[in-house]
Design a protein around this ligand. Structure first.
Ligand code: CP3
Length: 343
């Protein structure tokens, strides 16, 4: 698989490409399934449906990897925090974590209750072209904790950051619990057939440097270390958003580091060299314009020529991007990187 080869820094005929949130609302085929099923969460809990929408971007865009259709919040939901999505607000947990007792009450069999995800992985792997990789994923312990403590998306992170400074031991207990569950969860995704796993740390950038390493990156490292011991042939991708300036201190048993669109990829390359494959990082809003897309793809490809790289956006694709432009991006990444290899 070209995607897995690129994760390990092996030579590939072109730079593989996929997009974060590639199974989603910009695809009319996805919206049709969602209309039929009724809502997003039910889609994630139905392995047949999850498999169908996971495979849509492979058929439509010919990306090099499929990413499991699910959400990072399914795992905390299965820990016993009922989840709902509200239009205009996003995900909401009505029950939240604020005390020791709340943590004790969390269900440590979440990684088993979530078996519908493993069923989906099996179905997808059966149906997916053997040349294409299937990426499994989970949220980082810190990022899922932000939702578990705040109850919803947040601008200030006042509740969880209060815990960081006023009750750090309580937060470490929650993070240790999330880490253990996440290791089990990702292991079971791998056992079911995932060819790589990615840890999404969307809110790592809510923390100052020292606290980011203490409360987020160290737990991600623990997940990577444990998984690589068990499954050395499975690439592990770490993606923390908003922490470009902390990169000089980021290390660990990852194969790939995701680069967000705020971090110039030449800057990231200067720090990481070829110790990791870098994944990213076009600003997703460039997809509104083909010429803006072309400028960025050519620039990124030129910078990453001869280096370990996987093309992606620097965050998820937005719901109103024309499919035609997404297809243009995917085709162009392959074409440009193929040509640069011949230079
Ligand atoms: O990348 C993929 O295609 C794989 C599937 C995936 C989804 N969410 C599907 C989804 C992945 C990897 C995620 C991760 C996720 N979910 C993150 C981390 C990555 C990131 O974007 O920073 C976070 C923070 C979440 C929590 C979450 N789920 C939010 C904030 C939202 C948006 C709510 C909204 O109204 O826009 C979701 C919903 C969600 N997750 C959708 C999809 C396709 C949209 C659901 C829909 O309305 O159909």
């Amino acid at each position: 698989m070209i995607f897995v080869d690129a994760c390990f820094g092996k030579e590939t005929p072109y730079t593989p490409v996929w997009m974060m949130r590639q199974a989603g609302r910009y695809l009319p085929e996805y919206m049709e399934v969602r209309r039929k099923v009724g809502n997003f969460l039910d889609m994630t809990r139905n392995p047949e449906v999850a498999a169908e929408v996971t495979l849509q971007p492979i058929d439509i865009l010919d990306v090099d990897a499929a990413i499991l259709f699910s959400d990072i919040l399914n795992l905390p939901m299965e820990m016993g925090l009922p989840l709902r999505f509200e239009k205009g607000v996003g995900p909401i947990f009505d029950k939240t974590i604020s005390t020791e007792e709340d943590i004790d009450a969390l269900d440590a069999s979440a990684d088993e209750k979530i078996s519908y995800v493993y069923e989906a992985v099996k179905l997808i792997r059966e149906r997916l072209n053997p040349e294409k990789a299937l990426i499994g994923f989970a949220g980082s312990p810190w990022t899922i904790a932000t939702y578990m403590v705040e109850g919803r998306g947040s601008k200030q992170y006042a509740k969880i950051k209060k815990m960081v400074y006023a009750n750090p031991m309580l937060l470490h207990r929650l993070l240790a619990f999330n880490t253990k569950e996440t290791i089990e969860y990702l292991s079971k995704q791998i056992e079911a057939g995932a060819n790589a796993v990615m840890i999404f740390d969307s809110w790592g950038g809510a923390l100052e440097r020292e606290k980011f390493f203490e409360f987020s990156w160290n737990y991600m490292k623990e997940i990577a270390r444990t998984l690589k011991q068990k499954y050395p042939h499975i690439p592990v991708i770490g993606f923390s958003k908003g922490v470009g300036l902390y990169m000089g201190d980021m290390d660990g048993d990852f194969d790939v580091i995701g680069v967000d669109w705020n971090t110039p990829i030449d800057y990231a390359l200067g720090i990481f060299k070829d110790n990791y494959t870098l994944q990213g990082n076009m600003d997703p809003t460039r997809l509104y314009s083909k010429s803006a897309t072309k400028d960025a793809v050519e620039k990124i490809a030129r910078i990453m020529k001869g280096h370990r790289h996987i093309f992606n956006l620097g965050h998820g694709i937005l719901p109103d991007v024309p499919v035609e432009n997404a297809k243009y991006f995917v085709d162009l990444c392959k074409e440009v990187s193929r040509k640069l290899r011949e230079e």
